[in-house]
Structure formats: structure tokens, C-alpha cells
Design a protein around this ligand. Sequence first.
Ligand code: HEC
Ligand code: HEC
Length: 409
Amino acid sequence: MISNTRRLTLTVSRMACAAVSAACAMLPWASSANESVAAKPHFTDSEISIILSHGPWPAPAPLDSTNRVSGKQEAIEFGTRLFFDQRLSGPGTKSCASCHVPERNWTDNLRRGVGVGELDRNTPTLMNLIAGRWYGWDGAADSLWFQSLRPILDKRELAATPRHVAQLVRNDNEMSCRYRKAFGAAPSPTDDETVFVNVGKALAAFQETLTSGRTPFDQFRDALARAASPSSWRYSEPAQRGLKIFIGKGGCTHCHTGPNFTSGEFFNTGLSRFAPQGKPDPGRLAGIRQLLESRFNLLGPYNDDKAGAGTAHTRHASLEKTNFGEFKVPSLRNLMLTSPYGRDGLVDTLAEVVRHYTGLDPVRLHAKDRQLAKPLNLSASEQSDLVVFLESLSTFSNPWRPEDGGRCD
Ligand code: HEC
Ligand code: HEC
């Protein structure tokens, strides 16, 4: 017999759960005890194998063979200092951290980034970039160290020059000492470009260490991997139903694949509409051109992997296979901390993103054949389930803490 007090507690819990379904994903009474197991979403074997492919988290990642200081502690320390140092910018007023703010999940929560000037695009997070293939919304860089050089030179970001950066590193005792420890030799007194590129490599070594924490989804995925009994699942039913749409009729998993929920490739979903100076952003089309023109790409002299491993994708990047207005598929981790969304930052909420997809056929988009598109037409409750699922890919803990590496001597 259930006592009155116990029955009351159960009812109150259920009401709270209905009101804040996302929070329920994290609470033990998320799925109440007397609801029949049959009413829960059921996952088939093939659905389970797709869910398992979105983990484990954190995902093991290899070091970057094109960057000889990837993973090296002294380079990580040097890179950390560079990242927060405003002297890196031409006018001495901005650092990487002005836009990639640690407490904001390494973004700025603005529509478009503002440095020395205003940018055309939304500032992406720097979490989980290790082992990426392309960087920037348009993939204009093919390594993390090359991508770290671009904002230093961009007039609207740090507006500096290789000479400015090389002089800073040479003339500051702390900087030149850390440079020597990271690269095994003092900064060259004459070769500005080599010092500049090495600064990019140290910045990359630091950014490779930024990994987001485990989320309610990761707990659920691991419970499925252990074949834990459904009665022990601590993942709310709306989140489970949203997950089923995400990997099923929503077609989301075709592009938002793997543990970091991105294939790292480029598509035009129509989510972003901002046209700087009235001209639509050509995205990937201009990105490939910039990539191939730059001497800092992996085909150039600064790739430390002399065997040429990892250059195949750069060599094969071609304009013919590319459509106007394509952008890189973003990760879906920690989205609750990174609004507004889309490469132009015009979308304020996850509900709006989902509403946008409802009018599209994501599977057809993936096939790059929009003629045959038929809209997804998700009902209001399916849309809210999908939002609850997306929320379950977030954690509010940011494990990164500044460390004072002490003086260098
Ligand atoms: C003015 C704001 C601003 C500053 C300063 C800035 N960034 Fe960014 N960052 C952005 C924006 C906006 C993008 C997207 C660029 C694009 O796609 O064209 C970006 C993209 C990136 C990316 C690519 C992320 C991805 O998902 O592909 C990396 C890495 C990065 N920045 C690192 C840095 C580093 C390192 C510095 C300092 C040297 C820096 N940023 C300074 C705004 C900024
Ligand atoms: C055809 C590939 C593709 C499919 C399928 C797809 N997406 Fe995306 N998604 C993208 C691209 C590309 C962007 C960036 C678009 C832009 O800003 O122009 C994006 C952006 C997003 C964003 C914004 C993230 C941010 O940080 O700004 C969310 C959220 C999202 N997608 C969720 C979904 C959901 C949910 C589905 C399924 C209904 C889905 N996506 C299906 C390619 C895809």
C-alpha cells in the first residue's frame, strides 16, 4: 500500500517534471516509477547503433602531425599566454579572448564578432576543435594553427602583422623564454614569418586542450552501450523522443554526425541570410579560394609533417564540387551556452532553429538536390521534443581554469 504522503510526493515531482522537462533529464525521477516501460520510446538495434556512434565522450583524438608542438606542455603554456595577451593586436587593445570568452563557452554571445572592427560572421566556440579537418565557417583554413594566424592578420580582428608579432616575442623576456622552451631555439632575429607561424602553432596547442564536459545525453548513450535496463535510464522521455527524431525522420544525423555532432563538411541549409554590404556570403566557394592561395596551408612550407600525411583533403579541395553559400556543419554540443545561432547569428533560440528545419527536407539537402525537397513538417510537440534533446547535449560546467605557469627562466 502506498501512503498518502508518498503519493503526494510522486504527484508533485511529476508536475515539476512537466514544467521543466529539460532539467528532468538530469534528475533521478525523470521517468516516474509507475509509468509502464512499454510507453517509453523504443529503440531498434539500428537506432541504437546510430546513438552509440555519437560517443564515447570525450572522444579520443590524435595529436596534429602537421604541428610539431601539438600536445607539448611548454607550447600549451606559451599558447595560453598568447591567447589572452592584448599586445598581440596591432593597436594593443584586443586579444583572442576578447571574442572567444572562456566563461561564454569560448564565444561572445553577439550576433557577429567585434574586434578592432566588426565582422560578418558569428564567433564560433573553440571547444572540441582537436582533429578537425577544416576551420572557419567557410573552411578557409586546413589546420588549427593556420586558422589561428588568420585573426591576427585580419584588419577587423587583431589587425597585426607578422613583423609586429615577431618583435613582441623577441623583445619581451617572458615571451622569448617561453618560445625557446616550446620550440627548442630562440626566436629568429631576422625571420619574422617563422616566428609568426610558430605563434600560431603554440596557440593551436593551447586550443587543442579545450574539450566540453559530459552531458545527460552522454550518460544515456553509455547506459545503452552497457545494455543497462530501460528502468535505470535517467533520460527524460521528451529527450528520448527528440533523439529518435534526430536520428530518424529529422535526418539531422546525416550532417551532425559522430561524438562531436558534426561531419565537418559544408552545406547550404538556408539558416543564415545576412548579406554584408548587400552581397550574400559565398561561404565555402570563397573559403576554398582563400585556402589554396595562402602559403600557410598544408601544401606550403610550414607543414611539419614532411611525409605529407593529412594533405590529401587540401589537395582534393576543388571549386567545382562546391555550391555557393555553403557553410561548415557546426557541433551541437553546449548550444545552451552559445546563442545566437547560425553563421550570421540571426537566430536567437533553438526553437527557432528547429522551426526553420521543419520547413525543409534535411535528407534531400544532404544529397544537395533541393528540387526534390519535401518539408519535414514536424508537429509542435515533435519540435519541442527535438529542442529538449538538443538541450541535453549541453553541460553547464566549464572545466577550464586559468593556470599561472609562474615565471619562465
Ligand atoms: C573579433 C572577434 C574575434 C577575435 C579577436 C578572434 N576571433 Fe576567432 N573567430 C571569430 C569569428 C567571427 C570566427 C568565424 C570566422 C569565419 O568563419 O570567417 C572565428 C573563428 C575561429 C576559429 C575556427 C573555429 C571553427 O569552428 O572552425 C578558431 C580556431 C579561432 N577563431 C581562433 C582564434 C584565435 C586563436 C584568435 C586570436 C589569435 C582569435 N580567434 C581571435 C571571431 C574572433
Ligand atoms: C544537410 C546537412 C544538415 C542537416 C541534415 C542538418 N543540419 Fe543543422 N546545420 C547544418 C549547417 C551547414 C549549419 C550551419 C548553417 C548556417 O549557419 O548557415 C547547421 C546549423 C545548425 C544549428 C545551429 C548551431 C549553431 O551553433 O549555430 C542547429 C541547432 C542545427 N543545425 C540543428 C539541426 C537539427 C535539429 C537537424 C535535423 C532536423 C539538422 N540540424 C539537420 C547542416 C545540417
